[in-house]
Design a protein around this ligand. Structure first.
Ligand SMILES: Nc1ncnc2c1ncn2[C@@H]1O[C@H](COP(=O)(O)OP(=O)(O)OP(=O)(O)O)[C@@H](O)[C@H]1O
Ligand SMILES: [Mg+2]
Length: 208
């Protein structure tokens, strides 16, 4: 029987693969039309590369990050690869996670993406979904919400963040070449981050 963390990666992978064409269409509007293909291929590789029985969540996430780094090209491979590698360091040695761990994981993920991509929120990137989700997590934890409540709040904030990307100009990545013409289009990377988060929320709900 595969570990919970492997099953969660499967859930994320399924969601990414289901949305492959949608993500690629979004990237066709403001990029080069490869985001869905990149991410779907990446997760197929991840599910093959990650050992299904490995209990150490840090080891599993590190392997996930390394696979995305080595197998996915473009901007998103290194960015998501770094994100998973940083998440791995935040949970090294752990075999179970509590909702409080999500905070350390998000901090590591955001730090990694910023370091690698030199972007800040408001530049029409994946950070526009992830940073609001993190802010919602911090607030929800302070309010004493349970895991389901925190994850719901994170998804809602990320959804708003994705909507917000439609209203702003891209200043990082390939979409920045379009300048003002990138306005009105939803950012593919922010969308794949939202899809990832929703898959984690759904997985947690099914396994509560
Ligand atoms: N500097 C950055 N920081 C954070 N996210 C970024 C950055 N640059 C691009 N992105 C995200 O990556 C997404 C595009 O990913 P994709 O897989 O399509 O790579 P790509 O831009 O096609 O790469 P390349 O231009 O090298 O082919 C964007 O929608 C955006 O969310
Ligand atoms: Mg692209």
């Amino acid at each position: 029987m595969a570990t919970k963390v492997y099953q969660c990666l499967q859930k994320i992978g399924e969601a990414i693969i289901e949305n492959k064409d949608f993500l690629t269409d979004l990237d066709r509007e403001i990029g080069d039309g490869d985001h869905g293909v990149n991410m779907a291929r990446g997760f197929t590789e991840v599910l093959n590369a990650v050992p299904q029985e490995e209990e150490d969540i840090g080891v599993v996430l590190k392997k996930t990050g390394m696979t995305l780094l080595s197998k996915v090209g473009g901007a998103s491979g290194p960015l998501y690869g770094t994100a998973y590698m940083k998440a791995a360091s935040a949970v090294q040695g752990k075999t179970t996670l509590e909702i409080q761990d999500a905070r350390t994981i998000c901090e590591a993920v955001i730090g990694g993406i910023k370091m690698r991509g030199k972007a800040e929120p408001g530049e029409k990137t994946m950070l526009d979904a992830i940073v609001p989700a993190y802010d919602a997590l911090v607030k929800s934890l302070e309010e004493g919400k349970d895991a389901a409540g925190c994850l719901d709040a994170m998804c809602q904030a990320a959804e708003k963040g994705v909507e917000y990307t439609k209203t702003i100009k891209a200043t990082k990545g390939r979409a920045s070449y379009l300048g003002e013409r990138s306005i009105g289009h939803q950012d593919p990377g922010a969308t794949s981050s939202l899809i990832t988060l929703q898959a984690i929320r759904d997985f947690a709900a099914e396994n509560a």
